[in-house]
Design a protein around this ligand. Structure first.
Ligand SMILES: *[C@@H]1O[C@H](CO)[C@@H](O)[C@H](O)[C@H]1NC(C)=O
Ligand SMILES: *[C@@H]1O[C@H](CO)[C@@H](O)[C@H](O)[C@H]1NC(C)=O
Ligand SMILES: *[C@@H]1O[C@H](CO)[C@@H](O)[C@H](O)[C@H]1NC(C)=O
Ligand SMILES: *[C@@H]1O[C@H](CO)[C@@H](O)[C@H](O)[C@H]1NC(C)=O
Ligand SMILES: *[C@@H]1O[C@H](CO)[C@@H](O)[C@H](O)[C@H]1NC(C)=O
Ligand SMILES: *[C@@H]1O[C@H](CO)[C@@H](O)[C@H](O)[C@H]1NC(C)=O
Ligand SMILES: *[C@@H]1O[C@H](CO)[C@@H](O)[C@H](O)[C@H]1NC(C)=O
Ligand SMILES: *[C@@H]1O[C@H](CO)[C@@H](O)[C@H](O)[C@H]1NC(C)=O
Ligand SMILES: *[C@@H]1O[C@H](CO)[C@@H](O)[C@H](O)[C@H]1NC(C)=O
Length: 848
């Protein structure tokens, strides 16, 4: 008996010890109340409800609120009496006998109350705080949907929690918006609100008073067209658009992740925070860039951050005020170049449509939606209505009868993205459309030639055609003609002296087996003409293997010419074989080799020209870095990985790059990354079959320890370089040159340290302002750290790297400490290797 009592006591004691909050419950029963510092805590200990006094306030005003349990601050997610604080008075929250939640002050005066329930309330009615942060008053205490009389989620304050709805519920007559606090110590409504505006397509606006700051863009059945990148594995959102109810809500994959969407009244921004490692991290915010500001380019203008000028006029339009426009103020908008004929036959052939794609749809609250129509029907509706300016599909996921939206107002707030968003059909006078078509055709003529060329490619003349159009081909024909016409040296029309020395045999040799790819062999004259005799003004870089010039072939094709250094050159035949081999490597993420030129001891390679130069000019540049948002950086990382995988594993020949670095990754017009300089190491006669080399080719900062110290190279040394490159892209800092003085760490060690401490995201380039996909970033850092492990055998192959990067669900092993060959004290090594600059390739080659 005594033992049982003791046992019971022990159990109670332990229970008390383990649940010190056992006084708090998660519910208030009918007639019960909490007062003063008593609180409710949700069952899983996520949220807490009670009275609080805002930080920074004088402490006299108190509010009933819900905040995160166990997160210091407190971080308040909801406030009941935001307009009527309790002043100098303890508060009481009571579930009154008639089924209302009331907040009473010291004199039993009602400060705040929920509306009286419409249905019957039973004795078991209760208000319960749930783990999602919702305070739910249920008429029978069950919490079942049909018994819910009132819930705090229907009355958001400044915070949208996962599961909350932002919008209108016409049946229940509730409008839900989020409005910023007046200031951090005053929860009363400020002037910045994020809300749904109905009419036309559903669209959400951030407003300061009546001024529109930003809009999500209209909902098109699939996405909010102003946030095309709003997709990630740990975050999903939906927009429900039905006659009864229209709203936005979001959810978080990992339920343990705390996430909130808040209106920041001071900054005039909409921000999403995630609780990470003991702090609120600003996951993303809107408006993010100048193009996000509402209608920044005025009527009929569109914004494009990728363009040279931010504001552009739609096709068929011109700036209303060219002066203002030239001063980079696009707000005046654009006007038609030619008036619409509007079915008035006398002025010509009527009107037509010009399609613009990848668009954030124009502001659509005043647009008209026609459900169930096909796009062709929409076109007719628009043509028949003189005030119609444009149309677009209303529900892109709706199949053939997508319905459409028609704008009979000025087109505002358009923006062009690099990713697929939606097509908009702009109404223009037919004469304007003819003019645009003519312009496109003249551009298209060259591309048509390319189309023919592609057919020819299939027929087998692959690289010849890639050089573009005519010139190489014409050259060669001329030459052959020259050979037959006069074998005499110096014969022919435009022959330079050294053409006389051209080896006839070389040409023969060059045409190898029938199935072999024919690599254009260009005359030095062609290259001299293209590069203006290697004019200094055409020099675009100095690689490890020699200078690079920009050139333009006779036909207009732009090329990059790499003039290989004269030192230690292979024989012509050996060189040609290498070039042919490399020309066969073709991949979207490799710079294409178009041809070569051999003249005496000159060796030159012709590559396609890359308009955006090399990656290092972006990621290490104060200004240009800002242009590389996370999505772009991630695409670049993935592109490089795919290119390298192809070199290592998928090409017919296993190619080890040996000098992968930011300056060897070039970016084309669309910022697609392309690896350059691959295979050149081979041309310098490096023996690829043995694992050791006497020649150290590479760049400090990117060289794996075993390669730098022992000259052992393998695919795994490229993978090490790749890991370094990924960290550089994420941080925007050079591995070599980065030096965390306080901690005495280089970039790799610093990354490792932060990773170990769970602070990996702190590595991310600060210019991204916390706006990035959290899980993608962490995955990239983890993969990068795996790639730079000391032990080559622990580094993953590129195929697994690509898989781990590309797939959200791939399991990524935990990395070990990185291998760092060169600390800060490397001056000895440098001088002995003749290194001159951080990013200059060392090519130490023994004389042949
Ligand atoms: C709650 O308030 C009472 C009286 O104001 C005070 O005695 C008590 O210590 C407080 N409890 C806590 C946990 O702060
Ligand atoms: C407030 O109401 C409670 C119960 O209804 C009562 O006990 C208390 O005396 C009242 N206080 C004042 C100041 O009226
Ligand atoms: C409320 O209760 C009364 C009597 O118990 C019952 O007649 C009535 O139908 C109830 N109303 C609702 C809406 O349930
Ligand atoms: C936000 O919603 C509340 C409640 O529905 C409403 O009173 C308020 O006027 C709304 N604010 C704006 C700016 O629409
Ligand atoms: C175009 O229309 C506007 C107003 O409708 C008119 O003022 C203008 O003269 C017209 N321009 C031409 C070239 O017809
Ligand atoms: C049609 O064009 C004629 C001549 O340009 C003009 O006088 C007339 O007002 C136009 N009609 C309409 C409906 O625009
Ligand atoms: C939309 O229509 C309303 C009411 O007619 C008007 O006040 C508002 O300015 C219009 N908005 C735009 C962007 O045209
Ligand atoms: C033209 O379209 C607008 C907007 O869709 C509509 O308000 C107007 O009634 C239409 N006019 C005619 C003649 O159909
Ligand atoms: C859009 O189309 C999809 C697929 O047909 C349909 O399920 C959805 O209800 C449509 N949405 C609207 C608002 O019509």
């Amino acid at each position: 008996m005594r033992a049982r009592a003791l046992f019971l006591f022990l159990v109670l004691f332990l229970a008390a010890a383990f649940f010190p909050v056992s006084i708090s419950t998660d519910a208030i029963a009918l007639g019960a109340s909490i007062a003063g510092n008593q609180t409710l805590v949700s069952p899983g200990g996520v949220f807490q409800l009670g009275f609080f006094s805002p930080a920074g306030a004088d402490g006299r005003r108190t509010y009933l609120g819900i905040w995160y349990y166990n997160i210091p601050g407190p971080t308040v997610a909801w406030v009941a009496n935001r307009q009527n604080p309790l002043v100098d008075s303890p508060g009481v929250l009571r579930l009154s006998a008639d089924g209302r939640l009331v907040v009473l002050d010291g004199q039993n005066g009602t400060v705040w109350s929920s509306p009286a329930p419409t249905g019957n309330v039973t004795a078991s009615a209760a208000a319960r705080l749930r783990d999602d942060g919702n305070l739910v008053l249920s008429s029978d205490g069950s919490g079942a949907d049909q018994s819910v009389v009132w819930q705090s989620f229907d009355y958001p304050t400044d915070t949208l929690l996962p599961g909350m709805r932002l919008g209108v519920d016409l049946r229940a007559g509730i409008t839900r918006n989020i409005t910023a606090w007046r200031n951090p110590s005053d929860p009363s409504p400020g002037d910045v609100t994020f809300k749904l505006v109905i009419g036309g397509l559903p669209q959400f606006f951030l407003l300061r008073g009546a001024t529109r700051l930003y809009t999500s863009g209209p909902w098109n059945g699939e996405i909010l067209t102003g946030v095309p990148y709003l997709k990630s594995s740990d975050f999903t959102f939906k927009v429900v658009w039905s006659p009864d109810e229209t709203y936005y809500s979001y959810s978080i994959g990992a339920s343990s992740l705390r996430s909130r969407l808040v209106v920041d009244g001071t900054a005039g921004k909409l921000e999403r925070f995630v609780w990470i490692n003991g702090a609120w991290s600003n996951f993303w915010y809107y408006p993010t860039d100048p193009c996000d500001n509402y209608a920044t380019c005025g009527a009929f203008g569109y914004c494009d951050t990728a363009g040279t000028t931010q504001c552009n006029c739609l096709p068929g339009f011109q700036p209303r005020s060219p002066q203002q426009w030239n001063l980079r103020d696009g707000s005046g908008g654009c006007v038609r170049t030619t008036n619409l004929s509007c079915g008035n036959g006398s002025s010509g052939a009527g009107d037509g449509f010009w399609v613009v794609n990848r668009m954030k749809l124009p502001e659509a609250t005043n647009a008209t939606v026609y459900a169930g129509m096909t796009l062709e029907q929409c076109r007719q509706v628009c043509l028949n209505n003189c005030s119609c300016r444009a149309y677009a599909a209303a529900n892109v996921s709706g199949g053939a009868s997508r319905g459409c939206v028609i704008w009979a107002v000025d087109l505002l707030d358009m923006r062009q993205y690099t990713t697929v968003v939606e097509d908009v059909y702009i109404r223009l006078a037919q004469s304007e459309i003819d003019a645009l078509n003519a312009a496109a055709n003249s551009r298209g003529r060259t591309s048509k030639r390319v189309v023919i060329a592609v057919v020819a490619t299939v027929a087998g003349v692959l690289l010849l055609v890639a050089v573009g159009c005519c010139c190489v081909w014409r050259r060669r024909r001329k030459r052959r003609q020259g050979e037959t016409d006069s074998a005499a040296p110096g014969g022919g029309d435009d022959v330079l002296p050294f053409r006389a020395r051209k080896h006839a045999a070389l040409d023969e040799e060059w045409r190898c087996g029938e199935e072999d790819v024919d690599l254009p062999l260009l005359d030095l004259a062609v290259i001299l003409a293209a590069t203006d005799n290697f004019a200094l003004s055409n020099k675009i870089g100095e690689g490890g293997f020699g200078p690079v010039y920009m050139g333009k072939l006779e036909c207009g094709q732009e090329v990059a010419v790499k003039r290989l250094s004269r030192r230690s050159m292979q024989g012509a035949v050996e060189f040609k074989n290498e070039v042919k081999l490399i020309a066969k490597l073709q991949h979207r993420n490799l710079v294409r080799l178009l041809g070569c030129c051999i003249d005496e001891d000159e060796r030159m390679l012709l590559y396609e020209y890359m308009h955006n130069q090399s990656l290092d000019t972006f990621i290490f540049d104060e200004g240009k870095r800002r242009l590389l948002r996370w999505q772009k950086r991630f695409d670049i990382i993935l592109g490089i990985a795919r290119g390298l995988q192809y070199l290592h594993e998928d090409s017919r020949f296993r190619i080890i790059h040996r000098d992968l670095k930011a300056s060897n990754v070039l970016l084309d017009r669309n910022m697609v990354p392309k690896i350059s300089d691959f295979g050149i190491a081979r041309m310098f006669g490096g023996d690829q079959t043995t694992a050791h080399t006497m020649k150290v080719i590479g760049t400090y900062g990117y060289m794996s320890p075993e390669y730098a110290m022992d000259g052992v190279f393998s695919m795994k040394s490229d993978i090490y370089s790749f890991g370094v490159l990924v960290l550089e892209i994420i941080t925007g800092k050079r591995n070599r040159g980065f030096y965390e003085a306080e901690l005495d760490l280089n970039l790799l060690r610093y990354a490792w340290k932060l990773w170990k401490e769970g602070r990996g995201v702190d590595l991310v380039d600060e210019v991204m302002d916390g706006s990035f996909n959290y899980s993608e970033v962490l995955r990239c850092i983890q993969v990068a750290l795996l790639c730079v492990e000391v032990q080559p055998r622990n580094r993953p192959l590129m195929s697994s790297v690509v898989m781990m990067l590309a797939s959200e669900n791939a399991t990524v092993p935990e990395p070990n400490e990185p291998g760092v060959n060169i600390g800060k004290n490397t001056s000895d090594t440098e001088s002995s290797q003749g290194l001159t600059a951080n990013n200059v390739t060392i090519t130490e080659i023994d004389a042949r």
